[in-house]
Design a protein around this ligand. Structure first.
Ligand code: PRX
Length: 658
């Protein structure tokens, strides 16, 4: 169906997918954005006169305490949006709905993995957040302080984020699947003062021991003064006197109302760590007004939000999708968000479909890797349910293969729900390339066209736009409000990672992705072209896995590469050379897999460990991952080996092939 090939030197993208799905008259008739012509017109305005477009949107969409004086101050690579303005992000998600028809509307409908259900209205959510804002202030939290959130997908996680925003503290949410080591590194990088966690969370019927992990992490994280603990799973945990407080106890007696202070448009809102091409995760910094505007506006149009919607995004709040499209984008729009704590196959592989029917979910936003898992589990699990409440489907995290797109379209969407394949990144803050439902004709596997204000180009190494249908690097050529502002504490790395790929265009943002534009201008994302893998929709830096491996005392050297995987998109294969005196055994393979799990988290555990006598290197000593990738994928090495230093290494690797 579709062929794609990416190598270190060239990007080729050949796709034979030619089906086009026009929006149905029914969906079109009720869509928030009237027609394709309106999209074209608004899009042209947004990129031709961005200051005017964004000023209008910012005034219409956000509640300001002090108006901004200047829309954009752009000194590449540093952008300031809505300069001089002041607002409070939590007020924009909560207070604005009080006294409106949304006050008693459900903000969050929560279902825990064991089946417990809670509904929290906007008014109740406001009270929760106000009380928790007092808790934080009473603990001495000041604007700009960093707070780590390490929680299951429960309403308190959302409350914690919004309370941080309310008092001007900068949250850094660490996905609950990360190990104590990874949590510690993130806490230390941003010098967090407080950790908010839970005793545990439910996953596949078992408890994820979050508090125990926090205890381990804090052995090496001296900046943390206090830990707040939500009781969720109620097993025995260790509470450290003077440091740890139960959420409930801290909460008692705190007032229901809280005067939110106004913060500068550029006040830091959160740091979210993501993998890059070096071993150290990058602390992507997002600020207040621009981020919120991007998240809010895109939610409105991409999900075609209506007041009657019940929206379910399956991403964890530990990822950017959870930040923008569970919390900020949806709550600022006054939508009802459905939150699910656990695994999609607990107790059976039809959990999502059952919940969609039971709660009347209208919009589902999930990832291709999940769709492929559902396909594998079998249609019978889907066909037990009606799914007639659904009206719109979304996909995010990796290119969706046309087979999975068609299955999603037929089996889940019953051929009537538009699919929005949304391309974006942790760094972009909000959706960048996407169909507008009811408006944009879709092609399975293409994220289609840019969202308002987004100016992407497929370019060559010099930053020059390549002809239609040729592969190239995906660059964003103009700043946009929800773009990252820097990497926490490392402006130099920020500049190097994102704004130095095209020296002739120091204002072009480099996405790290390869892409192609077809004859209609539609974007087809090929995938990462740097040393970052996409395993089950999660970004994993090869260097991070390699440094975890070499931290094991038996390992001399390691190289991690991705291999196409039907279910996960890519699977992780590592090549390891051992220090003298250690034998390559199957047992050691398992030990090394667990070691990576311990260092980073089980999401980064290699699928395959291969021992090698030596790794292929260039004369300057760089590991030639390209050759290893080829070997892991096809079992052969046919690519260019002229820069290889020692040919015998390849022969040995091949003879070692499994
Ligand atoms: O390679 C692209 C892929 O995911 C990367 C961003 O990963 P992350 O920052 O973890 O954010 C994921 C959720 C926004 C991108 O560089 N990616 C994301 N969405 C798509 C995609 N690739 C193709 N199509 C998409 N819709």
């Amino acid at each position: 169906m579709e062929e794609k090939q990416v190598s270190d030197q060239t990007i080729t993208s050949v796709s034979r997918e030619s089906r086009v799905f026009k929006p149905s008259a029914e969906f079109k008739g009720q869509a928030n954005l009237g027609s394709f012509e309106t999209y074209r017109k608004l899009y042209a305005e947004s990129v031709n006169a961005p200051d005017k477009f964004w000023a209008k949107q910012a005034n219409a969409q956000l509640v300001w305490r002090k108006p901004f004086k200047q829309v954009l101050q752009w000194k590449p690579p540093f952008a300031k949006w809505f300069v001089g303005g002041k607002l409070n992000v939590s007020e924009n998600c909560l207070d604005r709905h009080l006294g409106t028809a949304r006050e008693n509307k459900a903000a969050i409908i929560f279902e825990g993995e064991p089946g417990d259900v809670r509904t929290i209205t906007y008014r109740q959510l406001y009270f929760h957040v106000c009380r928790f804002a007092h808790v934080l202030e009473n603990m001495g939290v000041k604007p700009g302080d960093r707070i780590a959130i390490y929680m299951p997908m429960i309403p308190e996680a959302v409350i914690a984020m919004l309370a941080c925003a309310r008092v001007g503290a900068v949250h850094t949410v660490v996905f609950g699947g990360f190990s104590p080591e990874a949590l510690k590194d993130r806490i230390n990088d941003c010098k967090a003062k407080v950790v908010i966690t839970a005793d545990g969370g439910w996953r596949r019927g078992k408890i994820v021991e979050l508090k125990a992990n926090v205890d381990k992490a804090l052995e090496g994280a001296p900046t943390v003064q206090s830990v707040l603990v939500v009781k969720r799973t109620a097993q025995d945990i260790n509470m450290v006197e003077g440091r740890d407080t139960w959420w409930r106890e801290a909460w008692q007696g705190a007032p229901n109302f809280h005067d939110a202070k106004a913060f500068d448009s550029e006040h830091p809102l959160f740091i979210l760590y993501t993998s890059g091409s070096t071993g150290k995760p990058k602390g992507v910094l997002h600020t207040s007004a621009g981020y919120l505007l991007g998240a809010k506006l895109s939610s409105q149009y991409v999900f075609d939000l209506k007041d009657s919607d019940r929206y379910f995004c399956t991403a964890d709040i530990g990822w950017i999708t959870g930040h923008s499209y569970v919390v900020y984008g949806l709550l600022s729009n006054g939508s009802t968000v459905f939150l699910y704590e656990g695994a999609p196959n607990q107790p059976e592989p039809d959990r999502f479909w059952q919940m969609i029917d039971r709660h009347g979910i209208t919009i589902l936003y999930t990832a291709p890797t999940a769709i492929r898992a559902f396909m594998r589990w079998g249609d019978a699990y889907v066909l037990r349910h009606r799914l007639d409440s659904l009206r719109l489907l979304g996909s995010v995290g990796e290119p969706i293969n046309p087979e999975a797109w068609m299955w999603y379209h037929k089996m889940i969407g019953k051929k009537k729900c538009p699919i929005v394949d949304t391309w974006w990144q942790t760094e972009t803050g909000s959706i960048m390339i996407t169909p507008i439902p009811g408006v944009t004709p879709t092609k399975p596997g293409s994220a289609t066209l840019p969202f308002f204000g987004v100016a992407p180009k497929v370019v060559d190494n010099a930053g020059k736009e390549v002809p239609r249908n040729s592969g190239g690097k995906l660059a964003i050529t103009k700043p946009w409000p929800s773009m990252l502002r820097t990497l926490w504490g490392d402006d130099e790395r920020f500049k190097k990672a994102y704004f130095s790929e095209f020296p002739e265009h120091p204002d072009y943002y480099f996405t790290g992705d390869g892409a192609r534009q077809d004859k209609d201008g539609y974007f087809w994302i090929v995938g990462r072209i740097d040393d970052v893998l996409n395993v089950s929709g999660h970004r994993i830096g090869t260097a991070e896995v390699e440094s975890a491996l070499v931290s094991h005392p038996f390992v001399a050297e390691a190289a991690a590469v991705g291999r196409p995987d039907e279910l996960k998109g890519q699977s992780l294969v590592v090549f390891v050379t051992l220090k003298a005196g250690h034998e390559p055994t199957d047992e050691l393979k398992e030990v090394l897999r667990s070691h990576v799990g311990k260092e980073i988290g089980s999401l980064a555990k290699p699928d395959q460990v291969r021992f090698a006598a030596g790794l292929p290197k260039t004369r300057s000593g760089k590991i030639m991952r390209r050759l290893l990738k080829e070997l892991a994928t096809s079992g052969e090495i046919k690519g260019d080996t002229t820069t290889l230093e020692d040919f015998s290494v390849i022969a040995a690797l091949k003879s070692d092939d499994e």
